[in-house]
Design a protein around this ligand. Structure first.
Ligand code: DX5
Ligand code: ZN
Length: 213
């Protein structure tokens, strides 16, 4: 199981310290939410944040672009240190080009699906995908409750992977906590993204252990 604490829930006044804590506590990835106020009704980090935090962390930077036409900003995110870039299926018409850029730049290629987007839309890309991200909330805000409908969708993603003989990892994002994590794990998730349940916990190490199960 790969754990990807979501930086959006961290204390923005001391990001380096927050990141170091989850790194020491055993997280594998760091999930970085990018919002543009258009694709989602909220704003968050830009790529400048990456250049700042990249110097002090060896975590895999798992960048989640919740922005319209993410192809416009792929290059700067890669340049500033993203290890994986996940774009929304709903936000772009250029998945093939994005996949190609990621492959050329040796960066993992991820696609995220909002709760209402059928998993089957990704069938044509199953072979080139590195990460399939199932949203278990409507994107835009942390701290929302987990949508149970995500569980059968994780199973569907897993079935798609088998059917296509593909190798992508299945990630789940939104409302993941010690109660909902077992449902995701049992359904076949490989990566758990968790904001509030990690950064709002008093002991991050315990929080991560609880998610890992
Ligand atoms: C929401 C973001 C999530 C969010 C998760 O749009 O994509 O990554 O930070 O936060 P929690 O774990 O608090 O639901
Ligand atoms: Zn996210």
């Amino acid at each position: 199981m790969i754990l990807s604490p979501s930086l959006f829930a961290a204390n923005a006044g001391r990001l380096d310290e927050e990141i170091a804590q989850v790194e020491q506590a055993g997280a594998e990835y760091l999930h970085i939410d990018v919002m543009d106020g258009m694709f989602v009704p909220n704003l968050s980090f830009g790529y400048n944040i990456l250049s700042g935090i990249r110097k002090n962390s060896r975590l895999f930077f798992d960048v989640h672009l919740m922005i319209e036409k993410p192809e416009r900003f792929l290059d700067p995110f890669i340049r500033e240190g993203a290890d994986g870039v996940t774009v929304h299926y709903e936000a772009t018409d250029t998945l093939d080009e994005i996949a190609k850029t990621c492959r050329e730049e040796n960066v993992k290629f991820g696609v995220a699906l909002c709760p209402k987007t059928p998993v089957s839309v990704l069938e044509p890309w199953a072979g080139v995908l590195d990460i399939l991200l199932i949203m278990s909330i409507e994107p835009g805000f942390g701290g929302q409750p987990f949508m149970p409908e995500a569980v059968p969708r994780i199973r569907e993603a897993s079935a798609l992977r088998n059917k296509k003989n593909a190798h992508f990892l299945i990630s789940v994002d939104g409302g993941v906590n010690p109660k909902t994590a077992p449902l995701c794990r049992e359904a076949g998730a490989d990566i758990l993204v968790a904001g509030s349940s990690v950064f709002r916990a008093r002991d991050r190490k315990v929080a991560l252990e609880l998610l890992r199960g």
